[in-house]
Design a protein around this ligand. Sequence first.
Ligand SMILES: C[S@@+](CC[C@H](N)C(=O)[O-])C[C@H]1O[C@@H](n2cnc3c(N)ncnc32)[C@H](O)[C@@H]1O
Length: 275
Amino acid sequence: MPETGKVYLVGAGPGDPGLITLRGAEVLGRADTVIMDRLAHPRLLHHAPSDVELIYAGKSSRRHTIGQEDITALIVDRARAGRVVVRLKGGDPFVFGRGGEEAEALAAEGIDFEIVPGVSSAIAAPAFAGIPVTSRFTAASFAVVTGHEAPGKSRGDVRWDRLATAVDTIVCLMGVENLPWIVSELLDNGRDAGTPVAVIEWGTHPRQRTVTGTLADIVDICRNAHIGAPAVTVVGEVVRLRQTISWFETRPLFGRRTIVTRAADQAGELSSLLL
Ligand SMILES: C[S@@+](CC[C@H](N)C(=O)[O-])C[C@H]1O[C@@H](n2cnc3c(N)ncnc32)[C@H](O)[C@@H]1O
C-alpha cells in the first residue's frame, strides 16, 4: 500500500494569473496531479511540473463537466495513491467554492490537507473596476452573497429582507441570470431605487467589461450590453468611486490585441511594459 499523499486546496485567484499567492505557486511546483476549475487561468500550469497529471473539472452554471461527488472521489483516490494533489479553484477555495465540502471529505478520510487561500473575485473584480468595497466615508460594511438560489423560494438561503438595508455594500456572485429577481428583492425590502450598481464581467481578465447604473435601470443596462457569467454585481454608494479611480479599463492599450513576435519566455518583460 503506498503512503497517503497530500492535498492542497489552492485559490487560483480571480483570473489574472499574476494574482495567485506565492504559496499557491510553490505547491503547484511540486504537484503530481492538478485538478482544475473552469475559472482558474490555464497559464497557472506553468508553475507545475511538465509531466503533471492534469484533470479538468470545469464547471459552469449549466454544464457540470464532472459532478462534485466525482471530483471529491478523484481527489481522495489520487491522494490514497500517494500523490501530491493540487485542487486549483477559482478565486478563494472557501468563498462559494465548495472547498469546505472537499476539506470535510478529506478530514473524514484521514487525508493530510492544506488550504491555500486565494484572492476572491468578490473583492478583486470590483478593485479592477475601480470600486473599493468599503470606504471610510460611505461604506463601513460589506456582504458577499450568492445570487444563484432559485427565484421564488419561500424562504431563500439569502435573507434579502434582512440584508437589503443592513450593509452598505452588497457584492453578489453567480447572480447575472437572476439579476431581475435580486434587484426586485432589494427594492421590495427597502433599498433605494437610486442606489448605484456595477456589474463586472470577466473581472481582472483582458476582456473585463463593467456596466453601471442604479437599482432602477441596471437590469435593462445589463440586458442591452449582453452581460453574462462570470460576473460580480456590486450594490452601494462605493460604485460612484469608479468615476475617479477606474484604472484598469482606462489603460491606453486596454482591450486592444497585441501581437508580440517573440518566444513566450522572452515576451514576458515586453508584455508587462505594454500593459
Ligand atoms: C462558484 S463561484 C466561485 C467564487 C470563487 N471561489 C471566488 O472566490 O471568486 C463563481 C462565481 O464567482 C464570480 N467570479 C469568479 N471569477 C470571476 C471573474 N473573473 N469576474 C467576475 N466574476 C467572477 C462569478 O459571480 C461566478 O459566477
